[in-house]
Design a protein around this ligand. Structure first.
Ligand SMILES: Nc1ncnc2c1ncn2[C@@H]1O[C@H](COP(=O)(O)OP(=O)(O)OP(=O)(O)O)[C@@H](O)[C@H]1O
Ligand SMILES: [Mg+2]
Length: 311
């Protein structure tokens, strides 16, 4: 089995609950909370696990919240390596107002990583055995920038890994401009920021993706387009993948499910076309589930079969 590691610099312990109605000042009595692991790379590893594969989730973790997060991953059977830090892992809150059905998502700033803790993450990658894929996914905590991401990319490459990045904003721009990545999965907004232009038509997406590939920034660009699926661009290929219409419940976790599925399928020796189809299937499957639930394997396989027949 190929070795996949995911890196999450800004993990969180996600709490979800509900209350009849949100109003100021009074006590808001909430339902018993549920706890879930959160953060890009962590969710990518969870999605891979749900699809029958295995990935090691590497992440900084501090305090009892960090311990709780690692314990939740343990319970799900996700291989995990928490790297101790002094700041406590953040908690984020999802609160559903029962009366309206509306969801409120409170996102806390992430735990700080001091200089030696940042070095420890790089060293932890360096200490891993030979890797096939390293997925860097999610936001960055304050004090960590694109230059640091580049150090992580180089550490992963030194272990032999193909690097897959799903991030946004300036850090994504910096790490892409450094180049040498295997795959990036920007959504439309992230691609526009990456290219520094407004995107108004479909042709432009492919042109931007191709220019990144030609400049050696990434071998493959998979632009996710929400309900429209995704556009796969490689040096020699271009494919629009349009998913079937499904009953959408929640799009939370769609991007992470997609990245997990693409990485897993590719690691099993699939073509980029099939890996991207599997990714679109997983993203779409994730939208069929309520709340933060990631994709279910049976849904992914069914949609993948449908996309494969359409080719
Ligand atoms: N409304 C939808 N209907 C069907 N499929 C969807 C929908 N939204 C997302 N998807 C699927 O999930 C994939 C990833 O979604 P999207 O393009 O929204 O990524 P993202 O913006 O990175 O998401 P995230 O907010 O999870 O990071 C899409 O390529 C598609 O396959
Ligand atoms: Mg995303």
């Amino acid at each position: 089995m190929a070795t996949i590691v995911t890196l999450t610099l800004n993990p969180s312990l996600d709490n979800a609950t509900s209350t009849p109605r949100l109003y100021p000042d009074g006590k808001l009595r909430c339902a018993r909370p549920t706890y879930e692991p959160g953060g890009g790379g962590i969710n990518v590893a969870r999605a891979i696990r749900k699809l029958g594969g295995e990935a090691l989730a590497l992440f900084p973790a501090g305090g009892p919240t960090g311990d709780h997060l690692a314990r939740l991953l343990e319970d799900e059977g996700v291989a995990n390596r928490p790297l101790p830090i002094s700041d406590w892992t953040r908690e984020c809150f999802n609160i559903v107002e029962e009366q309206s059905g509306q969801q409120y998502r409170f996102v806390m700033p992430g735990a700080m990583l001091n200089g030696s803790e940042q070095d420890a993450v790089v060293a932890a990658i360096g200490a891993l055995p030979q890797l096939d894929y390293m997925v860097i996914s999610g936001s960055l905590p304050d004090g960590v920038d694109g230059d640091y991401l580049i150090r992580l990319v180089e550490a992963g490459q030194a272990r032999g890994a193909d690097i897959i990045v799903d991030s946004s904003g300036k850090p994504l721009r910096q790490v892409v401009s450094h180049g040498g990545l295997a795959l990036i999965k920007p959504n439309l907004g992230e691609l526009a920021v990456l290219a520094g232009v407004e995107i108004n038509d479909q042709d432009q997406i492919a042109t931007i993706a191709r220019s990144l590939i030609d400049a050696g920034k990434s071998e493959v660009v998979l632009v996710s387009l929400g309900p429209q699926g995704a556009l796969l661009v490689t040096a020699s290929d271009e494919l629009q993948i349009v998913p079937p219409t499904v009953k959408k419940q929640s799009t939370v976790g769609a991007g992470d499910s997609m990245v997990g599925a693409v990485t897993l399928k590719r690691s099993q020796g699939a073509s980029w076309r099939d890996a991207a189809r599997y990714g679109v299937a997983a993203g779409t499957a994730a939208t069929m589930n309520k709340g933060t639930e990631l994709c279910r394997k049976a849904d992914v396989e069914r949609i993948f079969a449908w996309l494969s027949e359409k080719r």
